[in-house]
Ligand binder design. Structure first.
Ligand SMILES: NC(=O)c1ccc[n+]([C@@H]2O[C@H](COP(=O)([O-])OP(=O)(O)OC[C@H]3O[C@@H](n4cnc5c(N)ncnc54)[C@H](O)[C@@H]3O)[C@@H](O)[C@H]2O)c1
Length: 275
């Protein structure tokens, strides 16, 4: 049917609408390819380092991300990023965790990234440091898991990713007792959650990085006095001859956020340190 009395024009209009429909189908196809399209993701410790890189990578993969950190100033570096809203959150505080999750959830994915590295052997380790390491590296993860899990179970779907380390039950690392003990506990927590909920649509996996370039690693290297020497020593323990980047770890976090056939695993991503 000729609608505008101009067969050529109508042919052109036909082409145009064909193009429009091709374009929108193409756009839909592109959207469908985004692995985390329409997923809501909560990230802790997203102000810098691996947490920040992961928040950006989740958003790039199509997710709506709630990026949280105790440090409001650090979170500002995510202001204006598409797909990311930021919230100040201290994961050591029960009420704050519950309030933020109630206000921003439910979530399809939880990335528990907050953690702290203490130095020292079992003889050096102060009880207060061990307590703090358990509070931040382990109990805070239990707190966030308890807050997100009920809604994941109600929907029969959810992915929980816990940040462990290769310094854990995977590998003993000198001078890292509190850290290694607590990161091993993270792997235990991961396996426990995975085992309890594997038949109910919940996956829970741990990421175990080697040494990754991050602000706190920079601080640790500077604290050793001779920065260059400290950096060389950190690099020397990575068989691949370099430090990892936060973006490399973020890629694994994106994979695990969308992965549907793996649970209870501790994924080493460590430049060959664990070989
Ligand atoms: N960088 C590495 O070499 C490395 C290696 C293995 C594992 N990890 C783990 O990766 C995670 C991130 O480390 P990173 O080095 O990328 O980052 P980072 O240590 O540089 O930054 C940590 C972030 O955690 C935030 N934070 C601290 N206390 C918090 C609290 N109570 N509540 C909320 N946020 C808090 C800080 O403000 C900061 O933004 C940690 O769990 C760490 O143990 C790091």
């Amino acid at each position: 049917m000729v609608e505008d009395g101009n067969p050529e024009g109508s042919a052109a209009a036909g082409d145009c609408s064909r193009n429009r429909s091709f374009d929108s189908k193409h756009e839909d196809a592109l959207k469908m390819r985004l692995p985390l399209q329409d997923k809501r993701v909560l990230v802790t410790a997203a102000g810098q380092g691996i947490g920040r890189a992961s928040a950006l990578a989740f958003a790039k993969a199509g997710a709506s991300v709630v990026a949280t950190d105790i440090n409001a100033e650090a979170l500002k570096s995510l202001d204006g990023e598409t797909g990311i809203e930021t919230r100040v959150l201290d994961v050591l505080k029960d009420d704050a965790v519950n309030a933020v999750i109630a206000a921003t959830g439910p979530f399809d994915v939880l990335f528990n990234c907050a953690g702290f590295v203490h130095s020292g052997s079992v003889l050096d380790m102060a009880d207060k440091d061990l307590d703090f390491a358990f509070d931040l590296n382990v109990r805070a993860m239990i707190r966030t898991i308890r807050a997100v899990l009920p809604s994941m179970l109600a929907r029969g779907d959810g992915s929980i990713i816990n940040m462990a380390s290769v310094a854990s039950s995977i590998k003993g690392v000198p001078n890292r007792c509190a850290y290694t003990v607590t990161k091993a506990a993270v792997i235990g927590l991961t396996k426990s959650v995975a085992a309890d909920y594997v038949t109910q649509g919940i996956r829970c996996n741990a990421i175990c990085p080697g040494t990754v370039e991050s602000p706190s690693l920079q601080d640790r290297m500077k604290a050793q006095g001779n920065y260059d020497e400290a950096r060389a020593a950190f690099i020397a323990r990575q068989p691949m001859g370099r430090l990892g980047t936060p973006e490399e770890i973020a890629d694994l976090a994106v994979y695990l956020a969308g992965a549907t056939y793996t649970s209870g695993q501790a994924y080493a991503i460590d430049g060959g340190w664990g070989i």
